[in-house]
Design a protein around this ligand. Structure first.
Ligand SMILES: [Mg+2]
Length: 416
């Protein structure tokens, strides 16, 4: 098999860098994006590198940031502008390969294996991409070049900002060995603490542990950890083609086996997916669910409906039927509801229910709710079932916060 060449491209301090680009007087100054003033409620969305020197980082309360650096410039989040810049950057990336998988507003994986004949090797493409982003968008990006997504992502982060880090094929394990295990996907606080009890703080020490010991201690997740510590990861780069599926995912703050919470979460996601289908003028023939447990085992199930739909109810019922048998005896970490097999609504008018019947009434009510949502936002229409659930309704889409990265990396991006 050909050795893959994967790039991970990550813009440096993205939101703050865009503001400094557009307002030269802010260059060289500590800039905090998130809220207009330090006494506002809320958290830091992004901090310039100058602000980071004061210990300010993303997700920190704005008040704390204001106390650490009273002279910092606090700016509101200009989501529309960042989205536009993000699109420009993604367009640059797609010149080098159609296999671009954006994983958040400011970072993406590229599989450039097939592009090497055209553009040179991975490091050459990394340099060209960094130069193009600087010349055309006036921003710096850090790029990791490696044979896997995992190693490319760790590499891009290693010498930020404005860096290119290349990990030659065959040297992945040696590259990872000295790094702290917290940099590995799937190592949260609890896993790190459990590994520390085994005397493991670096990836090299993790790789040296016998796999069967890790499996005894962590279940199947242990085997995954052992692979990752060696740089093994065959996760493919998604192709970013036309939308073939619409899905929502939700990661619970605390793994759960509470059936009521699970039902409500599935309903919220089905509602969100159905709303997106309707606004795209699509109906879906197939419903998918994804269930990930506390040991990171992921199960997916799907079923084709008797009739394509764009309504929450049938999507929810199908998702429940598919998910329930998979959730016995496990604690659920992540749930996903998706749909595929699209047909445009216009082509389906033959299936349209009698407008006077029950289905017609439900559709009218649904369309009215959609109109209210478009006008006043998702929060304006919330199903009675979801009220009081204490859940942030997962269908509320904050444009700055992708619901879930498809790679399964749920860690917040510290470098936005
Ligand atoms: Mg970034």
């Amino acid at each position: 098999m050909t050795e893959r060449t994967i790039l991970h491209v990550d813009l440096d301090a993205f939101f703050a860098a865009v503001e400094q680009r557009d307002r030269p007087e802010l260059r060289g100054r500590p800039v905090v994006v998130g809220g207009g003033t330090p006494d506002q409620r809320g958290v830091v969305s992004a901090a310039s590198y100058e602000a980071r020197r004061f210990g300010i980082h993303s997700a920190m309360p704005l008040r704390t940031a204001g106390a650490l650096c009273p002279d910092a410039v606090f700016l509101p989040v200009d989501g529309r502008k960042y989205q536009a810049v993000s699109r420009e950057v993604m367009t640059i990336l797609r010149r080098y390969t159609p296999l671009v998988e954006p994983i958040s507003i400011d970072e993406a994986f590229l599989d450039v294996t097939a592009s090497r004949a055209l553009f040179g090797d991975g490091p050459a493409m990394g340099r060209a991409i960094r130069a193009a982003i600087l010349a055309e968008v006036q921003l710096t990006a850090s790029v990791g070049v490696a044979s896997t997504k995992l190693v490319a992502k760790i590499a891009s982060d290693l010498r930020k900002p404005d860096a290119l880090v290349v990990v030659e094929p065959g040297s992945e394990a040696a590259f990872l060995a000295p790094l702290p295990i917290q940099r590995l996907w799937g190592v949260g606080e609890r896993t790190a603490a459990a590994l520390a009890e085994l005397g493991v703080t670096t990836m090299g020490e993790l790789a040296d542990l016998p796999v069967d010991l890790l499996v005894r201690r962590f279940g199947r997740h242990g085997a995954t950890l052992a692979d990752r510590a060696r740089g093994l990861d065959d996760d493919p780069v998604g192709d970013g083609g036309p939308v073939k599926s619409i899905s929502h995912e939700h990661t619970f703050d605390v793994d759960t086996n509470d059936p009521a919470l699970i039902d409500k979460t599935l309903l919220a996601m089905a509602d969100g997916v159905a709303g997106r289908l309707r606004s795209a003028g699509l109906r879906a023939a197939t419903v998918h669910v994804k269930v990930r447990d506390s040991a990171f085992r992921t199960i997916t199930r799907q079923r084709t409906l008797a009739e394509p739909t764009d309504l929450a109810e049938p999507i929810w019922r199908t998702a429940l039927e598919l998910a329930r048998p998979e959730m016995r005896g496990i604690h659920v970490r992540l749930l996903g509801v998706g749909t595929s097999g699209f047909a445009e609504r216009e082509q389906l008018t033959l299936f349209e229910e009698d407008a006077a019947g029950e289905g017609g009434r439900r559709r009218k009510a649904t369309e009215a709710a959609d109109a209210v949502r478009r006008r006043f936002g998702d929060r304006a229409v919330t199903r009675a079932r979801l009220l009081g659930s204490g859940l942030p309704a997962p269908f509320e889409r904050d444009p700055m916060k992708p619901l879930e990265r498809r790679t399964g990396m749920n860690d917040s991006n510290p470098d936005r």
